[in-house]
Design a protein around this ligand. Sequence first.
Ligand SMILES: O=P(O)(O)OC[C@@H](O)[C@@H](O)c1c[nH]c2ccccc12
Length: 267
Amino acid sequence: MSKIKEKFAELEKKNQKALVSYIMAGFPDEKATISTVRGLVKGGADIIELGFPFSDPLADGPVIQNASTVSLQKGAKINKFFTLVKKIRKETNIPLVLMTYTNILYHKGYSKFIKDAKNAGIDGFILPDMSIEESKEYTHAAKNNADTVFLISPNTTKKRIEKISKASTGFLYLVAVYGTTGIKTGIKNYTLKAIKDVKKQTGGKIPIGVGFGVSTPDDVRKYIDAGADAVIVGSAYLKLIENTPQNKLESKIAAFTKKLKKQTIPK
Ligand SMILES: O=P(O)(O)OC[C@@H](O)[C@@H](O)c1c[nH]c2ccccc12
């Protein structure tokens, strides 16, 4: 069983849901990433989504676009990224999901890239621009090597949800709001309805994660109460990282994570 599947099974036994924390590797530098990961683990994050920067992050709002630019300016390279992942693996066994764009894998070839990522310690992939229609080579290369997390949105048709949920082995990522990533205010009713509809359609076969715009403990609680099996928080972490001196990063990240994690536990 994969580390991601084990994590969901462990949480189910404890009647808890998953907090997935997204950070951009190398933002603002690798030292900050290590401190942030320590804070996430200390604060009780269940899965870390680790971003590798891409020059044209089309699904990302300004906060993550800025983080991508800074990380690329600091010389982000995939082999350095894998070395960083190995460093993280020396400290924690937390499931790690690599979030990047398809081009980054395509260059090296899906099979070679996924094997290198697995050897470094990556457990799964989120490729927001990987369409289900073009995903055969990728899902074949990931089989027995890493979990796949595909995206759906509140207006994805049932037919496509059927196809996409079958190709997803880690969890199904329901994008909460239309548009790009980034801190948003308020929860949309169409998202709460979509969580219920997708859970009903997939019959619990695959955990449903909700992300995009989730930035407060109250947001987490609302999506968990609506039935989400996981909630993903990204831009709110990057804002916190931007505004925290490095010597306070680990404790600040741990404190914020504790508040978010608390909301994934039934009252
Ligand atoms: O940043 P937000 O609004 O909290 O959303 C999570 C998001 O950061 C993370 O899951 C992610 C970062 N880049 C992406 C691109 C597509 C889908 C998801 C993502």
